[in-house]
Every structure is written in C-alpha cells, then in structure tokens.
Design a protein. Structure first.
Ligand SMILES: C[S@@+](CC[C@H](N)C(=O)[O-])C[C@H]1O[C@@H](n2cnc3c(N)ncnc32)[C@H](O)[C@@H]1O
Ligand code: SF4
Length: 453
C-alpha cells in the first residue's frame, strides 16, 4: 500500500458521517413541508430563472444486492407504464406553477434504471418534458444507463431525444464479486454500450465503480479498473459501497463477513485513485475523476464545481426540480422531496397533480453552512472571508469551529490560508469528517450513516 494510514486514521475513516450531497442532509427533512409550500416556492422563482430537472425512474429488471437507490424490481412492464402516466401528469402540473420565461439548462434521468424504459417510452417521456418546460438550446441531457439489456433501439431513442451525457453503471467485473452482489455484467456488453453511445455522438461518458464490495480484493478491483480505463471514459465515479442494511433490506443478502475490512477498503480506494491519476485523470472532491478536457475538471479549475443530489456537477442553475417518486428538489428557500413509495406517489399525483410529502425550509445560517460545506466537498477549501461577504456576521459562527477542527484533527490534513483554510491531499480521504465539523445538525442527528470512506 503506497499510502499508509495509522490505526487512529483507519478508525476515523470507519466513523459514520453523511455524504453531504445536501445540507442539511435528507434525514433531517420533515413532513412539515408538502404540496402547498412546494407550490409557493415554484411561484416565487424569479422570472428568467435557470432550472435543472431530475427525473426518477424507480424500477430495475433485477436487484443488485448492494443497491442503495430508491428502486424496486419489476418482472412485468405494466407497472412502469402506469408510473410513466403519473410522471407525465406531475411534469405537466409542476410546470404550470413556474414563471413562463424560465429555461431548463440541465435534465438528468436517474434511478433505478431509466434504461428499463421501452424505446417509445423514452421518446414519450422526453416529449412530456419538452411540452411542459422551455428547454434552453444548449440544454445538457444526461441519463444513467445500466448496460445490461441495452439494445440499439434504446440507444437510438436516447440519441433521438438529444442525449448529451451518459453515466454507465459498472461496479466491478470480477466474477466472485458479481455473484455476491447479484449483478452479472460482462466487459464486452459494457464496451458495446460505450461504443454505441459514441457512434451516436454522445461523447461525454461517466463510469461508476465501487470499492468495498463483498469478496472484493484490491488486485482484482484494479483489474476491473484497468478494463474500464481501456474504454477511456471522460469521468469515473469511484464510490465506497455504503452498507446500510437497516435502510435497505436486500443488503442483508450480503454477508457482513464477506465485506473487506477498513484497511483493505482504504487500500482499494487509494490504489485505484493513484492509478486513475497516473492515467491522466484529475481527482475531483471525494470520489470523482475526470479527464482534464472534461467539463467537470474545467469547472473545478474555474472554481465553479457544484455538488447536489446526483453528486459532483457543473450544474449551477437556480433551482433543481425533482420529478418522480422519491425525487428531491432544491430551491433558494429549501428542499422538497416527493413521496418515496411508488404506489403512494402515483395516488398523490392522481389526486393532487404533485406528490411532495417531506422537505426542509432552510434558515440563513443553514444556507451559509451549506455553502461552506459544499466548497469543502468541491474545492477542498473554506473561504471564511468570502462567506462573510455573502452572509455577513453569520459566517463568524464558523471561526470557533475552525479552531476546534484544527485542535482535534491531524494538522497534516489542513493548511491555514489568509481567508480561511484548505484541506491538503493527505486530508482528502477525510473530507466528510472535516465537513462534519460544520454540520450543526449532526450532534442531534438520529440518522445512521455509512462510513467516512
Ligand atoms: C442508479 S445506479 C446507476 C444506473 C443503473 N441502475 C446501474 O446500476 O447501472 C447509480 C449508482 O449508484 C451507486 N450505488 C448504488 N448503491 C450504492 C451503495 N449502496 N453504495 C454506494 N454506491 C451505490 C452505483 O455505483 C450505481 O452505479
Ligand atoms: S445498482 Fe442500478 S441496476 Fe442495480 S438495483 Fe440499483 S439501480 Fe438497479
């Protein structure tokens, strides 16, 4: 192992902390926010706002035992079609509450597996979005793709609808790992999808890989990474497997004793990161890597990188609208989340046209802390001076917390700057722990989180 971690550091990396794709994090959302507040927030969006849409498809053909997403397995297609009817209704209703001159700059279909959709439904869903929302001419359109079961007709349908980016799930090619996670996916079928997308002009590709999977050893995982690197994706997301069986029952199919211990988890993550960097990828935040020409790397360079529920992004729109079961929206006033259960979501949309059942109204302090945490997670820096310019005296609340951070954590992780501090390369693996120092809700949190690495 090139990077050595002490017993104390290993113990710190085993600490459960949030992933900070939002602040406050989703477990703090409550039922005090529902459709009436959502309608108010939609109406209050200023004229000319730039919007981002997240569309959730909560279905898969088979269930991967590791999966932490909001999805369910369906053997028949009928429930998917019924869901799409509700989704189209929600899309049309939500759009009527927005100012007419806003424009959509980003569309992201996630899941679950959006590629479970039949080709005609890909076209139909895209048409429902285009009919309801004014899309910017340069709108970025990304879809999460499960390469298993992808075919030319689906690829054609996606290309026809103007796909600009794709995120492809791989996880690991090792047969022992694949058996243990119930996901059988060959390199060949993955390669065909990559080539199929490129032939159709979709040239911005991301691949998801996981470390910390059952029976996964560093050597074999690096072999999978090498295979992925042959495909030269523009981005690689290297996620740590979050084992949360108390939230996701099917993860009980993964025996705890088959999971690598923390030292092997760390070794795997760090060795894979080293290999990606050696191969020309820029390390981004906690777990992403991008070629220097990719827009994510360019955003990092320009200080414009953002983090939202989909992870690291170039999306800097004024508001994120979540559509579909469990989807989360983000507004200047706070967060909204749709009903998570598919059937209850459909019932609510039938009755009310929309389905928000939870959310969080942020205070001025929440927004200041959210910005501070986001800039740590993205640019590995906290610029207290800039936070003061933007949020006034509220930012001074962070000053004693910065001192606590410096007194409690390893000095090698941190470097003071004129305007605040930065997290060093040695501190990067501990980013979630550093961010947690500025989370005012964590001490009273009831939620259980995955480990810091
Ligand atoms: C919605 S899936 C991607 C699209 C498609 N369903 C697939 O699996 O190919 C999103 C990604 O989340 C990641 N993911 C899912 N469950 C996870 C978990 N428990 N811990 C960490 N990452 C997870 C996987 O890398 C997966 O590719
Ligand atoms: S990882 Fe992807 S394909 Fe597997 S169950 Fe989760 S959403 Fe479905």
């Amino acid at each position: 192992m090139t990077v050595q971690f002490s017993q104390m550091e290993i113990a710190r990396l085993a600490t459960p902390v949030p992933r900070y794709t939002s602040y406050p994090t989703a477990p703090h959302f409550s039922a005090s926010i529902s459709n009436p507040t959502y309608r108010e927030w939609l109406h209050a969006m200023p004229a000319g706002s730039r919007l981002s849409l997240y569309v959730h498809i909560p279905f898969c053909d088979t269930m991967c035992w590791f999966c932490g997403c909001h999805t369910r397995m369906v053997r028949k297609y009928a429930p998917v079609r019924t869901y799409l009817d509700s989704l189209a209704r929600e899309i049309a209703t939500v759009a009527t509450h927005l100012p007419s001159d806003c424009s959509v700059t980003h569309v992201h279909w996630g899941g679950g597996s959006p590629t479970i959709l039949e080709p005609e439904d890909i076209v139909r869903l895209n048409a429902a979005i285009h009919d309801a929302f004014p899309l910017a001419r340069t709108c970025d359109f990304a879809v999460e793709i499960d390469p298993r079961g992808m075919d030319d007709a689906r690829l054609d349908a996606l290309a026809e609808t103007g796909l600009t980016r794709a995120s492809i799930g791989v996880q690991d090619f090792d047969p022992d790992v694949q058996r243990a996670i119930n996901r059988f996916q060959s390199f060949e079928e993955t390669k065909q999808v990559v080539e199929g997308l490129r032939q159709r002009g979709v040239n911005s590709l991301n691949v998801d890989l996981l470390y910390g999977l059952p029976h996964q050893h560093t050597h074999a995982m690096l072999k999978s990474l090498d295979a992925v690197l042959k495909l030269r994706p523009d981005r690689v997301a290297l996620f740590g497997y979050a084992h949360v069986p108390w939230m996701k029952k099917h993860q009980e199919m993964i025996p705890t004793e088959a999971l690598p211990g923390m030292p092997e988890r760390i070794e795997c993550a760090e060795r894979a990161a080293e290999r990606l960097v050696a191969d020309g990828y820029i390390r981004i935040g906690l777990d992403h890597f991008a070629l220097p020409t990719d827009s994510l790397a360019v955003s990092l360079e320009n200080g414009k990188l953002r983090r939202n529920f989909q992870g690291y992004t170039t999306d800097d729109s004024d508001c994120l609208i979540g559509l579909g079961a469990s989807a989360i929206g983000q507004f200047p006033q706070g967060f909204v989340q749709n009903e998570t259960s598919g059937q209850a979501y459909e019932r609510r949309v039938r009755e009310h046209g929309m389905a928000v059942t939870r959310g969080f109204e942020t205070s001025a302090e929440d927004r200041m802390r959210g910005e501070a945490i986001e800039s740590l997670m993205c640019g590995l820096e906290m610029d207290v001076a800039r936070l003061r310019e933007r949020h006034g005296k509220l930012a001074d609340k962070l000053l004693p917390e910065v001192e606590v951070l410096f007194s409690q954590e390893d000095p090698a992780w941190l470097r003071r700057t004129e305007r605040g501090f930065t997290v060093t390369e040695a501190g990067r693996p501990f980013l979630r722990l550093v961010a947690a120092h500025f989370d005012a809700y964590l001490p009273k949190g009831i939620a259980r989180h995955s480990t810091a690495m």
